[in-house]
Design a protein. Sequence first.
Length: 593
Amino acid sequence: MTRAMLKSAAGSSRVAAAKGVQFSASPVLALKLPAWRSRLVLFSLFAAFAALAGRALWLQGISTDFLQKQGESRYTRTLELPATRGKITDRNGQVLASSIPVKAIWAIPEDVLKAPADKLRELAKLLGMSERELRVKLDSDRSFVYLKRQVEQETANKIIKLGITGIDTRKEYKRYYPQGEVMAHMVGFTNVEDNGQEGMELAAQKNLAGAVGSRRVIKDRLGHIVEDIEAIHEPRDGKDLALSIDSKIQYIAFMQLKEAVEKHNAKAGGVVVLDVKTGEVLALANMPTYNPNNRSVLTGAQLRNRVLTDTFEPGSTLKPFTIALALEEKLVTPNSTIQTAPGRMTIGTATIGDAHQHGVLTISQVIEKSSNIGTAKLALQMQPHEMWDMFTTVGFGQQPRFGFPGAVAGRVRPYKSWRPIEQATMSYGHGISVSLIQLARSYMIFARNGDLIPLSFQKVSDTPIGQRIVSEKTARDMRAMLEMVTGPGGTAPKAQVPGYRTAGKTGTAHKLVGGHYANKYVGSFVGFAPASDPRIIIAVMIDEPTGKYHYGGDVAAPVFAAVAANALRAMNVTPDSSVTNIIIPEDGVRESL
């Protein structure tokens, strides 16, 4: 109704009243509205009240889940019950990694920020951070925030004694590594969530971690537990893991490698010790290394597990495989002769050579003197696919199945693309790349009776089944040749061990830098002892020695000798030689590059 109509109606009422006419007779009140409008309003109000009554009945009488959940969300909490991570031990039960209880410090920021400034300064000091850093953390989330994880119990107690409202702790575990840098690359480490990041901590994460549990509690607004409601899941602790590593041999290998790297001012180095009978890895060490208990300054170079992740051209350590193949193919016998004079050989447009002129050599002497010419001439008598089969069968260029993270395959190019010069150079370890652990495992065919067995980083109880690679006769002949290498006329007299017969092969190779060979070297040695009945294989690699020596016989063979001497005694292996006084030539035979 418009304002004009209202004024007209009011005027009419006054006029009617003045004339003695009743108010109910006003023409405005005589206006009739549709009856359905009032019924619609009445029905709408009734429907709204009915809906409210129905909803109340549904929530409070029939289905109470929603209100119950809303209430519980305000006072009940599900707490995580951490599981203890399994211990890692060596093969003799010595602990290499264990979990110690620590505390996680958490806060309700809006409550903590109400604390006096002096208490906040003290809290920041105990947490090892500045007051500004503490306030930034508290400002990041107003409801909940972790101030610091894996805090020692003593420090956590001091924080609680401050009496700051809104601060509380949560039980968790921190990994501790008693052997420190000695076992770093073998054991690895975990992160703040106690998940494996490297080494066997990562490889065996599933079994070591176990399963966390949980329980439901009632908490007040300050986070204090008022009442336990129920336990939902009990935590399941992780399983302990016994490694194949022997702590004594590991320490010996680590210290000898460290000494060699420092002595020869090398960039890096690696050593691995294998059990010939079982395939167990008894020691694995790298330089540089790190302390897993303090990783604040950890670098990529320290973290690299070079024994498994770095590849290099093996050089002369590959010659025994070419010779073994020639023996298998009946092309030669150990006493067959081959002319290596004049010490140089041209294939196509390239020329290869020996470090020294040797003239006529027996096949055994080709290994002893490490002749490139003798090895290359044998290789060119064979088909490329035969050499490729030998290399790949012993594991070169194949993805390792060691169960250890980061292990690389190396590289062996397809034989169909080999040129004669490439076939010749690959026969003595150039143009092919391997890891140190691949090289160590491949020598199993010589240390054993021609078969190859899997490697294991965990302690094994069953005798592994080997895969036949070469005949027993070839394996015995190769052992005899490799034993000559460590004799006075070989390239590795420094690999001799008093009381034990040793056998092996040196390797020295230029490094590839930017696709070209640089004046940098990798010196290596792979050997086994005792030669009469091999028990251990030891492979040593020294990367970029820059001192007086760079040949494998000078930088790597002495490490082999020191590790072998101590390891054989630690394993109570009976000596197989009556020779105890060893005379090592000052300047022995060098393997050819």
